[in-house]
Design a protein around this ligand. Structure first.
Ligand code: AHR
Length: 509
């Protein structure tokens, strides 16, 4: 039902807890730490910082990561991993080499490496997702790394780890077989056949050493790649029986002042997911396979690639310069919320995902060297989803007004999902994509039976460009909406224009 200016917007959600998409895998709330810009150095790791612990980790950042609710962390790249020698980052720190990082034109000091990362992951309570270099390196180095990380003792690499003070194996379970190998910018870029074969032999050998591993093959680095679809098909022809996931990466930005298309970015993510699921299942069908390869959406975010990359102090080959330090607005946060809704709505096939990245580099958490750490606007939708988006995602019926967008055609103005937790709490996540009009939302709750307390928080602002900065770190925060009710089998809420909304409905006590 198209909505024309002047009439109030209304949207209706129909739900029944009997009809579900599937259970949310906690890995959906992963993030990403790459050796890029200040994500590692002066981001998570800053030994001279007043808050640093004995491992050199910033405890102010650790506290924010816990508050954010991240569950998993991908490391060490990204484009960086395709030129990385992991051995450079282990052993006595004063003997580690400085190397050129050709991916980001910086110097890598290697003062933070695998064992520091694992201490960080343990302290932040994050599952590690480790990438191997299939750009400039290959099978043997991947096996050496696996032996170092996961073999208990008694071999050259495992004893080397023990000599580095790590007695017990790290036991890393989830591994990425390279990064964005379809991209011509990638060090050691390969054709789909070249990469598919290398990924297959690497996966086979890694599994021979440790059959319990879960492996991610590289899919397309974005849906606009000319090889999108055929890349996934070819790679999976080589690897179908050997991998558990195929990866997806997607970044969105507002361009040409076209805010409506930007707010509808989830339409692209949705088409991306549908296309990769169809391609993976096609390969599975051809093989008469009962196995399903799931999706690891292990890089997604808003990223202003067309803006100068904030290289305020970045001569080439400097150490940990300010790179990709995008400052996020309320609009960006609403888009991030909408992308989270999309991941949740596809939780039956997207079983791992990483917001790229975690600190300073296109990140929800920012820091100043020697100074404070603060939350970007995008922190809030992620924290809401990670906290309340646990349990069963419900299959919704949605009646929404629509509007036309230049990039994606007609899209609904109401974008929503609902998740029911183990204790019966129902959480509705909803975005109003209209930039001017509030949207009156009704949800039919009769299938839930009697309900208890309702709580509605919203992230919105009269200035859609408002952001949190070093000078004003608390400029944008969510606030509670008092008028929302859940009575007589109906939820009634008003979603402000351009807003991210989290509405929890508790069961009766
Ligand atoms: O996250 C920033 C970069 O984006 C990553 O290094 C790369 O994998 C992607 O292109």
């Amino acid at each position: 039902m198209p909505n024309h200016g002047g009439t109030p917007l209304t949207g209706v959600i129909h739900l029944d807890p009997q009809f579900t998409v599937g259970e949310v895998n906690p890995r959906l709330f992963g993030s990403f730490v790459e050796h890029l810009g200040r994500c590692v150095y002066t981001g998570v790791f800053e030994p001279d910082h007043p808050s640093a612990d004995t491992d050199g980790l910033r405890t102010d950042v650790l506290a924010l990561i816990r508050e954010l609710g991240v569950t998993m962390v991908r490391y060490p790249g990204g484009n960086f991993v395709s030129g990385y020698r992991w051995e450079d980052g282990v052993g006595p720190a004063d003997q580690r080499p400085r190397r050129l990082d050709a991916a980001w034109r910086t110097v890598e000091t290697n003062q933070f490496g695998l064992n520091e990362f694992m201490r960080f992951a343990a302290k932040a309570d994050l599952e590690p997702m480790q990438a191997v270099n299939l750009g400039t390196r290959g099978l043997q180095e991947a096996l050496d790394l696996l032996e170092y990380t996961n073999h208990p003792a008694g071999t050259a690499w495992s004893e080397l780890r023990r000599s580095h003070g790590v007695d017990k194996p790290h036991g890393i379970r989830l591994w990425c077989l390279g990064n964005e190998m379809d991209g011509p910018w990638q060090l050691g870029h390969k054709s789909a056949d070249e990469y598919g074969r290398l990924a297959a032999v690497t996966a086979k050998a890694m599994r021979d050493i440790d059959p319990g591993l879960e492996l991610v093959a590289c899919g397309s680095s974005n849906r606009a790649m000319p090889t999108f679809g055929t890349w996934e098909a070819t790679v999976l022809e080589h690897t179908y029986d050997l991998v558990d996931f195929i990866s997806c990466h997607a970044y969105y930005e507002e361009s040409d002042a076209d805010v409506d298309s930007f707010l509808a970015s989830a339409a692209d993510m949705e088409a991306f997911i549908d296309g990769v699921v169809a391609t993976a299942d096609h390969i599975g069908a051809k093989r008469h396979s009962a196995k399903r390869v799931n999706l690891s959406f292990d890089e997604w975010n808003v990223w202003y690639q067309s803006r100068p990359v904030n290289n305020t102090d970045t001569p080439d080959w400097s150490v940990a310069p300010r790179q990709l330090e995008d400052v996020y607005s309320v609009t960006d946060a609403v888009v991030v919320g909408s992308l989270l809704i999309t991941l949740l709505r596809h939780c039956d096939r997207v079983t791992a995902a990483c917001l790229a990245q975690l600190v300073n580099v296109i990140a929800p958490i920012m820091t100043e060297p020697g100074g404070p750490a603060w939350r970007q606007t995008t922190f809030y939708p992620f924290a809401d989803a990670a906290r309340h988006g646990r349990g069963q995602v419900l299959r919704l019926g949605l009646d929404s007004p629509v509007h036309d967008t230049a990039r994606y055609g007609e899209v609904p103005l109401l974008h929503a999902t609902a998740v029911q937790g183990e204790d019966g709490t129902l959480t509705v996540f909803a975005v109003n994509r209209d930039t001017a009009r509030p949207l009156e939302l009704t949800a039919d709750l009769r299938a839930l039976g009697p309900v208890g307390e309702v709580r509605h928080t919203v992230l919105t602002d009269p200035d859609r460009h408002a952001a949190n900065t070093l000078q004003a770190p608390g400029r944008v925060t969510p606030h509670q909406v008092g008028e929302t009710s859940a009575r007589d089998g109906a939820l009634r809420a008003v979603l402000p224009p351009l807003s991210w909304n989290t509405i929890t409905i508790a069961p009766t006590t």
